[in-house]
Design a protein around this ligand. Structure first.
Ligand code: ADP
Length: 245
């Protein structure tokens, strides 16, 4: 398997899954063989974000076979259950599923594997770090203090477990008014930059708050598939992918 990165956040709802999906698509568009493993067992969103309901297969070695979606090899709990069924699994079972995904998936040849981590800094995150050797972690946050507090905790956890912090992606950084192109800092300004400097890690990119990005997530067509010449967000994700690669 190629290089593997975790995409983590302290807080839920900051756009960790959106960043994971679009980063995977951007890497695939750059020509890298890319896999995406959705480890958000309690809130798997990748089936919706990639617009697929295809069930993962089983290899002759009894391993999961990811599905192909928008050029990315994808595996998610959401592909294994009906949309309506809640994943009401207790901690130990969630840990077992997670370990099974991590150890028993036949990815084939990959350049990069992206892991969409569950939000937070608890047992399940530790299990993941202890189960497989990861090459680095990207922390997603919004610029507001409320999100940064939790991002700090996530960075602390990964530092303690010796996973290199590759940098921060600041999501919902700014909003450009479609009528007059004025820039608005809805969640505050400079939050991610200050944190990156304080922690001595790179700022990998800033993704605006953007309607097409939200729609892409809901409609199964990640914004990173758009033309990078005319779509600012697609270009921003391509930039993050290039920096990381
Ligand atoms: P997390 O994985 O951190 O819980 P999600 O990626 O699921 O967060 O994002 C939460 C919600 O915010 C989703 O509805 C998603 O479409 C939306 N969202 C995320 N990033 C952006 C963005 N840059 N612009 C607009 N909406 C966004």
């Amino acid at each position: 398997m190629g290089i593997s990165w975790m995409i983590a956040s302290g807080k839920g709802g900051v756009g960790k899954s959106t960043v994971s999906a679009n980063l995977a698509v951007a890497l695939a568009r750059l020509g890298y063989r890319t896999g995406l493993l959705d480890l958000d067992i309690y809130g798997p969103s990748m089936a919706l974000m990639f617009g697929t309901t295809e069930r993962p297969g089983c290899s002759d070695k009894e391993q999961f076979l990811p599905v192909d979606a928008h050029g990315v090899k994808l595996l998610s709990m959401g592909l294994m259950m009906d949309e309506a069924s809640p994943v009401a699994v207790r901690g130990p079972l969630a840990t077992r599923y997670t370990q099974q995904f991590l150890k028993e998936t036949d990815w084939g040849e990959l350049d990069f594997l992206i892991l969409d981590m569950p939000p937070g800094t608890g047992d399940i995150q530790l299990t993941i770090v202890q189960t497989v050797q990861m090459d680095g972690v990207v922390v997603v946050t919004t610029p507001q203090e409320m999100a940064l507090i939790d991002a700090r905790k996530a960075i602390g956890l990964y530092q303690r477990t010796d996973v290199p912090i590759l940098g921060i992606v600041e999501n919902m950084s700014y909003f450009i008014c479609p009528t007059d192109e004025t820039v608005h800092y809805i969640f505050g300004q400079h939050g991610g930059d200050r944190e990156a400097v304080k922690l001595g890690v790179p700022m990998l990119g800033k993704i605006p708050l953007d309607m097409r990005t939200r729609e892409g997530g809901d409609q199964g067509r990640p914004v990173a598939l758009e033309d990078t010449g005319s779509n600012r967000v697609a270009a921003a994700f391509e930039g993050v992918a290039q920096t990381l690669a």
